[in-house]
Structures are given as structure tokens and as C-alpha cells.
Design a protein around this ligand. Structure first.
Ligand SMILES: [Mg+2]
Length: 173
């Protein structure tokens, strides 16, 4: 259960929850990101995210990466792609990045299963909450925001009771 004494001192912070693909980043080559070199950040993303972070928001990445289950990329390739994505920020804004590599219709074991971490399920949000709690931070979900570009993002936000803002609106593009 961790260090109770440490936990007596804690902070409560809202979170800015960000989808990755089509929200903060896109592929320079084709529709889908399949290798680290494909990754590009949309213009203005870093500034906008830091605006929130400087105002006391935690920043979470919440990304479905079912391409691993389908065999379009390996888990190692995803890790390299994630490092590349974070490296494109002059200052890393992320408190935690949660990702789901599983998809029930995939063909690659052990990723071809239903996962409660996969949006529109709320598991990745819960994973962020746990990661923060272990660092003495309680997430204020009532004041948190989910930004994404697809119906599963909006549905995930709805199930978690979070305000949803479409990426194009949030990033003013
Ligand atoms: Mg997306």
C-alpha cells in the first residue's frame, strides 16, 4: 500500500487527457504511423499543452495502439515511436502516458484480446490515476478534460464523466 506517512502530504490536480493520433500527432508518411520517423506533432500543440500544465493541470497521454495486435508494428517499435513523440517536445509535458496495444480482432499473441485499457473503456484513465496516486497526487476528475478526434475518445470521456473537447476545437485548427 506504499508509504502512508508520505501520502499524508498530497496534492489534488485536474488532468488534461490527450489522445495521440490525429490529436497531438500525425504521420508524415501515409495515413498511419508505422515507424518512429513517421511521427510529427501538429503545430501549436506544445504551446497549448504547456498553457494547461502551467495552470496546474496534469497531462496524460491516452492512446490506443491496436496496430501491435494486428502486427503492423512490434511492441518495441511502439516504444521507439513513443520516445520519438515525447522527444519532439522541447519540454516533455507528460505526467503519464497510458497505451493499449491490445485488440480483440488482432492476430498477434498475446495482444489479440479484449482489454479494459482500450478506449472507449476507461481503463487507461484509471491507470493514470493509479500512477499519480503512487506519487502523492490525486486526480480531480470533476475538473478534468479529454481531448480527442474520434468517437471512441468521446465515448471514453462520457463513460468517465469527463468534459470532452474535439481536438480541432481545443487546438484551434
Ligand atoms: Mg485519434
Amino acid at each position: 500500500m506504499g508509504d502512508l506517512k508520505k501520502r499524508q502530504k498530497y496534492t489534488v490536480q485536474p488532468a488534461l487527457c490527450l489522445d495521440f493520433d490525429g490529436t497531438i500527432r500525425y504521420s508524415k508518411h501515409g495515413r498511419i504511423i508505422n515507424q518512429p520517423e513517421d511521427v510529427a506533432l501538429f503545430a501549436g500543440v506544445e504551446e497549448k499543452i504547456w498553457e494547461y500544465k502551467d495552470n496546474g493541470y496534469l497531462v496524460f497521454g491516452i492512446t490506443n495502439q491496436g496496430g501491435v495486435a494486428y502486427g503492423f508494428k512490434t511492441e518495441a517499435a511502439w516504444q521507439a515511436e513513443l520516445a520519438q513523440t515525447v522527444g519532439l517536445f522541447a519540454r516533455d509535458p507528460f505526467d503519464h502516458v497510458a497505451y493499449s496495444l491490445l485488440h480483440p480482432k488482432g492476430r498477434v499473441q498475446p495482444y489479440n484480446h479484449r482489454s479494459l485499457l482500450r478506449k472507449p473503456e476507461v481503463g487507461m484513465l484509471a491507470a493514470c490515476e493509479v500512477a499519480m496516486f503512487q506519487q502523492g497526487v490525486v486526480v480531480d476528475w470533476d475538473k478534468s478534460i479529454f481531448v480527442g478526434d474520434r468517437p471512441e475518445d468521446e465515448e471514453c470521456a462520457r463513460r468517465a464523466g469527463l468534459e470532452f473537447i474535439h481536438a480541432d476545437t481545443f487546438f484551434e485548427r
